[in-house]
Design a protein around this ligand. Structure first.
Ligand code: HEM
Length: 550
């Protein structure tokens, strides 16, 4: 037995065999089992050596033999893995950095460089002058609009990738993270009802109420030289999400200061920027609790919010009224995951977009000047325009679309996996099966082929003034597309219309003294959703010269 364990060719052969076993199927989410198997084998070999090998006299010698055998085993496993990934892998023909072929650690290094992965990916596409680049051993970044219908279209055969079921074992998986198309379809029906035209009409008064309150709070602050508008947008979107989602006021606009829950939400998303690229590490981290304390705390907080919601019968309809089953005694685990989904998806995305939009308004006073007569002419006797009154202003929608185009709230895109038979793009490029694909919205939406003069903030491209500045609308997908698209997009657009119309109507919005927008550009962190840098503005009231708007 001892000779067998000392046999280097045998250990190497086992290493090579393990590569072939691990190369089949998806092991990412069984990484804890693989680690346990290795640890078990290590312990078993050491025990056998100590008890049964006459050449071994002490536990130390037994350990030494096991370490030697393990070293040969892992050296063989890693060598064959790297050689295979570098030269024989089915994606070998796609260009990209050599180290990206070898390991996803390369992706992690990009993600944590400035926490702005979207910029790194854009740089790589420029460097390799290619629409498709290899960004990981079995991963591609694809930025051609021709691929959108195949990857994200309603009839796409692609599925969600392994990124999605990371925390399934903990919280049952949300509607967003379920990878099973049938299950998603079933669960999405409730969400679709919660966001139907009829439901949205019921939420409208609440959107108006919170928007008006935000405007009042900003009017109180307008005499100050500087208002941290990015924080106020956070409070606003959080309060709306609480009210419309859980019939619960989080009271953040009232408090007017950063709440611990907003901090916790942002901290809880940070691991996503790292672990999103190492699915096996997510499982090890979640199972051990290492590095994901904030995520677990946030999960507990959202589960508690849902528990409180379950206890009441709200006077007005809310989103969880559609998702909770009154006949259920308790709360199914999967709905706890949906509660966290609503908090993450429903607040940060809208506030990030509003912050970027405000940044663009500060840089483009001419856009404010052009919008003003349009909003000034509506109900001039009123101090606040409500959602219905601003629902049909093409230039306003153009401003919102431009903000979503230049600054998508999910800038690096969403993960999809090709079907086993692969995909053939219209130019005949074949993408093999079981390939992970990201279509980074940030890069696509700034592509000159699809949006001429791509870096110009040009709301007119979305109106009938300059439609020639949109060459291929398929490349615009801030809310993603197809069956997995954003269910909350109409609510979010409603919120943004009301805020932008009333903000420009009530104030002249400028960067505060000393503000250049640099924090937005440099400190924004891509944590799947965006944690945008702070933005300080000076709000000069327009209503003071117009009594009726005071
Ligand atoms: C500017 C605002 C928003 C943007 C840019 C945005 C973007 C997105 C994107 C890109 C996805 C697809 C995610 C994926 O496939 O992994 C998504 C999904 C989703 N969003 Fe939004 N979102 C926004 C606002 C909202 C709001 C306000 C809500 C709810 C109140 C919401 C709820 C959801 C939900 C529930 C999903 C999952 C849908 C599913 O998997 O079927 N979103 N969103």
């Amino acid at each position: 037995m001892g000779d067998l364990i000392r046999s280097k060719p045998l250990a190497a052969a086992l290493g090579v065999a393990s590569h072939f076993i691990l190369g089949k199927g998806e092991w990412d989410h069984s990484s804890h089992l693989v680690a346990l198997t290795w640890a078990g084998a290590f312990a078993a070999i050491t025990t056998v050596e100590y008890l049964a090998d006459p050449q071994v006299q002490s536990i130390f010698e037994a350990l030494l033999v096991t370490v030697m055998a393990s070293a040969v085993y892992f050296a063989a496993l890693i060598s064959v893995l790297l050689v295979y990934r570098a030269f024989f892998h089915r994606l070998r023909k796609f260009p990209g950095p050599f180290s990206a072929r070898l390991s996803k650690f390369y992706g992690v290094s990009l993600a944590v460089r400035n926490f702005q992965l979207y910029n790194e990916i854009e740089r790589l596409h420029k460097e390799y002058k290619a629409d498709i680049i290899r960004t990981g051993p079995r991963e591609l970044s694809v930025v051609t609009a021709d691929a959108v219908p195949l990857v994200h279209g309603p009839l796409s055969k692609c599925t969600k990738g392994p990124w999605y079921n990371a925390s399934k074992f903990l919280d049952g998986g949300s509607t967003h993270t379920t990878r099973d198309k049938k299950e998603h379809k079933e669960r999405r029906k409730d969400w679709d009802r919660a966001f139907s035209t009829k439901s949205l009409r019921e939420y409208e008064p609440r959107v108006n109420r919170h928007s008006q309150f935000l405007l009042e709070r900003l009017k109180e602050k307008a005499h100050q030289p500087s208002v941290r508008i990015s924080d106020w947008f956070n409070y606003f979107s959080f309060d709306i999400m609480g009210d419309v989602g859980f019939s619960r006021s989080f009271g953040m606009l009232e408090k007017g200061e950063e709440d611990d829950m907003i901090k916790l939400l942002h901290k809880s998303m940070e691991p996503a920027s790292i672990f999103g690229h190492l699915n096996w590490a997510v499982i090890l981290a979640l199972r051990s609790g290492l590095g994901v304390g904030d995520m677990l705390k946030h999960m507990a907080w959202t589960a508690e919010a849902l528990k409180e919601r379950k206890k009441i019968t709200p006077a007005e309809k809310d989103i969880f009224g559609f998702l909770l089953d009154p006949n259920d005694e308790g709360i199914p685990l999967r709905l706890n995951a949906d509660a966290r989904l609503l908090v993450v998806a429903g607040s940060d995305t809208t506030s990030a977009t509003l912050t970027w939009l405000c940044y663009e308004l500060c840089k483009h006073p001419e856009v404010q000047a052009k919008l003003r007569p349009l909003v000034d002419s509506i109900s001039p006797e009123k101090s606040f325009l409500d959602a219905e009154e601003v629902a049909n202003i093409p230039y306003l929608d153009g401003i919102i679309h431009e903000a979503l185009r230049l600054h998508p709230a999910v800038p690096s895109g969403v993960q999809r996996e090709t079907p086993a038979e692969g995909l053939t793009l219209p130019d005949q490029t074949y993408i093999p099966g079981n390939t992970i694909i990201w279509m980074p919205m940030h890069t696509m939406q700034r592509d000159e082929r699809y949006f001429p003069s791509p870096l110009s903030f040009m709301p007119e491209r979305w109106t009938d003034e300059k439609p020639e500045y949109i060459q291929d609308k398929r490349a615009f997908m801030p809310f993603s597309a197809g069956i997995y698209n954003c269910v909350g997009q109409k609510l979010s657009i409603m919120e943004m219309r009301v805020i932008v119309a009333n903000l420009t109507r009530s104030f002249d919005v400028k960067f505060a003294d000393g503000e250049t927008g640099a924090a937005c550009e440099k400190e924004t962190r891509d944590c799947f959703t965006l944690n945008v840098g702070k933005l300080d503005v000076k709000l000069t009231p327009r209503y003071e010269s117009k009594e009726h708007r005071a």
